[in-house]
Ligand binder design. Structure first.
Ligand code: SF4
Length: 497
């Protein structure tokens, strides 16, 4: 699609806004319009009354234009006023053009709960917060209530977190096979899987030294998350080695939550679960995505429903404290009835955590390259699935504790984590809300250093691909040089405190 901008409007923001009504849209600089190319014209001007914006959506012969003037206020910085003005004009035009009202309004960010928390922490009550979200950002009352509940639960968890705490993330970007909807960098071919031993050796070096640095910096490690990919692709011996390095170098008595993802049920064995528990892991994730074999086949997930139940029972019988299960609403070929059945069956199992995702197809996913794919970015049933999942989680005693949004989800819906009270996934909150430092190891890992008052965040990226991580782009000297920059950050921000 084509977006024409005239005035003070950030192009990336404009494109993100367009995706509210055009999920999956691509924005090529040199695109030549054909008869049905969607065109959005945006104009912004400063006026005495406030920031004026005009949005026009055109497809073929149909054109809709809307305008909005947002008054300047003492509480909003100018750039925020400009964003609101453009957002409102475009949202109104989209509503009129498509006769739909997307439930997240003009909230385009990944972390909407952060906005809700800021409003609550700024002294507003729940009712006033919802008023701002619905009137200023056009969020639906239902989603504003959800955000309010999440913000309240997050605030409670964050208050209990304590000072000078941090988390550790460890990346295992390998999977037993590739799901067709996945855009994540994860190696799954035989040749690439043969890199695992070398990868693990380097990773263990990094983990050991990161843990030493955390203790040198006087930080208390309270959450560990081993994610992927599929960490349970490691053999029992490999798992023992990696978890052994953590046990030797971390004070596990301080760690409140220790997660090991076993996302793919086909990789879960009694031995691996036993090793994880013996080494201190108290939370694992086993992700069926759906309990519909035909859909699992369509999305190329390469495991069955029966394998999920087997894996889940192994974990339950082994006595792990907390099991998370991920589900996805809007999968290709999934009807509302079959998704609802999945939700019912999962809630009957009473996992401590259930994370509901909305299907999201990014550019790299194989499913988009398949001419016969049944993916529809506008699937009208997804809203019903999301509602059903959320209402039934609540009716079964689960509380929403964190959420995030992605671009290009079907119907522009969200991802929400639910838990039984007392089992909230702590790392998910700490990481998503950026409230303390997360030290991250391995390919694709992103360390986030967060200052005590959370006004400064420094991100440090590891190379994305395991082969780069293994190359001389990441030498031991490089790792230690990076640690010097971490020390500098802590010297500057933590000594000031
Ligand atoms: S298991 Fe997860 S990370 Fe691995 S290919 Fe499938 S969706 Fe991607």
């Amino acid at each position: 699609m084509i977006v024409n901008i005239d005035g003070n409007i950030n192009r990336f923001y404009a494109q993100t806004l367009c995706m509210v009504f055009f999920p999956g849209a691509k924005f090529a600089e040199d695109e030549i319009a054909t008869e049905n190319t969607p065109i959005v014209d945006l104009i912004q001007r400063d006026t005495d009354e406030g920031c004026y914006a005009k949005a026009t959506i055109t497809i073929g012969k149909k054109t809709v234009t809307c305008e909005h003037t947002e008054p300047y206020s003492e509480t909003n910085v100018k750039i925020k006023t400009e964003k609101v003005a453009v957002g409102v004009a475009l949202f109104k035009a989209g509503e009129k053009f498509f006769r739909i009202s997307p439930s997240w309004g003009i909230l385009t960010g990944v972390r909407p709960a952060k906005i809700a928390r800021d409003l609550l922490n700024g002294g507003l009550g729940l009712k006033e917060m919802k008023g701002i979200l619905t009137k200023q950002y056009f969020v639906s009352p239902k989603k504003a209530t959800l955000l309010g509940n999440i913000a309240k639960n997050e605030n409670r968890i964050i208050k209990q977190m304590g000072d000078n705490t941090c988390s550790l993330y460890i990346s295992i970007p390998f999977c037993p096979s590739r799901c067709s909807y996945c855009s994540f960098v994860s190696y799954s071919t035989k040749r690439l899987l043969s890199l695992i031993p070398d990868y693990l050796a380097k990773l263990m070096y990094e983990v050991e030294n990161s843990l030493k640095l955390i203790s040198e910096l006087g930080q208390r490690l309270i959450a560990i998350y081993i994610g992927g990919g599929t960490p349970s692709i490691l053999t029992p011996d490999q798992m023992s080695m990696l978890l052994g390095v953590i046990k030797e170098n971390a004070d596990l008595s301080q760690v409140k939550e220790y997660t090991f993802e076993m996302g793919r049920p086909d990789t879960v064995t009694e031995e691996k679960v036993r090793i994880a528990i013996e080494m201190g892991v108290n939370r694992i994730s086993i992700n069926p995505q759906t309990l519909n074999d035909a859909v699992l086949e369509t999305i190329g997930r390469n495991h069955t429903v029966e394998q999920f139940y087997r894996a889940y029972n192994i974990a339950r019988e082994a006595g792990i404290e907390c099991i998370n299960t991920d589900l996805i609403a809007g999968l290709p070929g999934e009807s509302p009835a079959s998704f609802q059945k999945t939700v019912d069956e999962i809630l009957k199992l009473r996992p401590e955590n259930v994370t509901y995702h909305t299907f999201c197809v990014k550019k790299a996913a194989d499913i988009l390259k398949d001419e016969n794919n049944v993916y529809s970015p506008f699937d009208p049933n997804v809203g019903k699935c999301v509602d059903y999942a959320q209402v039934n989680a609540k009716n079964n005693g689960y509380i929403p504790y964190y959420m995030y949004r992605q671009k290009n989800t079907v119907g522009n819906y969200e991802n929400v984590g639910y838990s039984l009270p007392g089992y909230e996934g702590l790392y998910n909150i700490y990481m998503m809300e950026e409230i303390h430092s997360v030290f991250a190891c391995g390919a694709g890992a992103v360390t986030k250093l967060v200052s005590p008052n959370r006004d400064t965040i420094k991100r440090v990226f590891m190379p994305k691909y395991p082969y780069e991580y293994l190359s001389d782009k990441v030498t031991e000297a490089d790792i230690h040089r990076t640690y010097d920059s971490f020390r500098e950050f802590y010297d500057t921000h933590f000594k000031e405190k």
